[in-house]
Design a protein around this ligand. Structure first.
Ligand code: NAP
Length: 323
């Protein structure tokens, strides 16, 4: 089969398309023919060996996919061959086929496309856990999302709107802000403004209740400064490449609660909240209330460009690879 192989850690250009052996399912596993695979920022970090966990080379990147079950391992009764499923793996999804434990795939509703199914889970689950369980976002509150046209950001905008919040979207440039507006954000602030702090003060003079920040860097401190007394600030990633140092006097004076979210730790320490959130998210997805904002679909041959779009900050919405 054809697969994107990273044989040496580095920039997206370290990944090339090769013929490799097709996977075979072990006991309790299935092989899925991948029809769509989402690109997430951690894929860029894993290829660069800048992620929390290192993957030895050579490996096939890609962590989120949708497709059809092609082969069953010993002892598997469900799903059946031909079933439409989605799933997540640590790596291996940027390929024509992927192997996964049978109990880790989820059925795709009939009316959902493979592209939407592939692009939903990672970013929406991340955003929903942050809003629902970490920040306890309430109807009528004001939510500020940084990187609001990115994967996690666009999911947070759509989910924040669905939860009844007023959403302030911070993103770079007209095209990205237009996407945020289409997703329901009611206040749009350009992240590339010379004076982001002043731009936020002007746009939301009476402040923010909840911040969801997947960017860090230069946008985090202005976002803290834009908080109302008693606000909750959730840090979820550092797509800017810079981990900000927030002056704690701001946190003290504004009574801000700083919270962090990381998927593996959340699942380990809060399994009940994780199950509740995922059930609610599944319902939102099945009822069509929320869908991923797909910005572009690219063939597997263009995997380098797909990773580059995220690495270079050029992605608007989700980028999906279609093998
Ligand atoms: N904690 C968790 O469990 C978890 C789960 C998933 C993802 N994450 C993290 O969340 C972050 C966002 O992931 P994502 O998949 O949403 O990424 P994405 O789609 O690439 O979005 C990231 C956004 O960050 C902004 N950005 C600012 N400076 C940037 C730079 N130098 N390079 C790239 N982007 C930059 C961009 O928005 P503007 O151009 O509009 O500023 C971009 O839209 C990543 O750090 C990822 O590792 C964490």
């Amino acid at each position: 089969m054809r697969a994107a192989v990273c044989s040496v850690h580095g920039p997206p250009e370290s990944v090339e398309i090769r013929e490799v052996d097709a996977p075979t399912p072990g006991p309790g596993q299935v092989v899925v023919s991948v029809r769509a695979a989402a690109v997430n920022f951690p894929d860029v970090l894993i290829v660069a060996d800048r992620y929390q966990l290192s993957v030895p080379t050579p490996f096939v990147p890609g962590s989120e996919f949708a497709g059809e079950v092609a082969e069953l391992g010993e002892g598997v009764s469900t799903p059946a061959v031909g079933d439409r499923v989605r799933g997540t793996v640590f790596h291996g999804a940027f390929a024509e086929q992927v192997v996964i434990d049978a109990d880790r795939v989820h059925p795709i509703p009939d009316d959902v496309t493979m592209v939407d199914a592939a692009g939903f889970y990672v970013t929406h689950a991340t955003a929903y856990h942050c809003l629902r369980s970490v920040a306890s976002l309430q109807k009528g509150e004001r939510l500020l999302v940084t990187g609001a046209a990115g994967g996690v950001g666009s999911a947070a905008v759509a989910l924040g709107v669905a939860m009844g919040a007023e959403v302030v979207a911070v993103a770079s440039g007209r095209e990205k802000l237009d996407l945020c507006e289409r997703l329901g954000a009611s206040v749009l602030v350009d992240a590339s403004a010379d004076d982001l702090r002043g731009a936020l003060r002007e746009s939301v003079p009476d402040g923010i209740d909840v911040v969801l920040d997947p960017v860090g860097g230069d946008v985090a401190e202005p976002a803290v400064r834009a908080c109302r007394y008693g606000a909750r600030f959730v840090t979820v990633g550092f797509a800017s490449g810079d981990i900000p140092a927030i002056p704690l006097n701001l946190v003290l004076l504004k009574g801000v609660t700083l919270a962090g979210f990381e998927m593996r730790g959340f699942g380990t320490h809060h399994p009940d909240l994780m199950s509740r959130d995922l059930q609610e998210l599944e319902d939102l997805f099945a009822s069509g209330v929320v869908r991923p904002a797909v910005g572009a679909t690219l063939p597997l041959d263009e995997v380098v460009e797909a990773l580059r779009l995220l690495a270079d900050r050029r992605a608007t919405g989700k980028i999906i690879i279609v093998p």
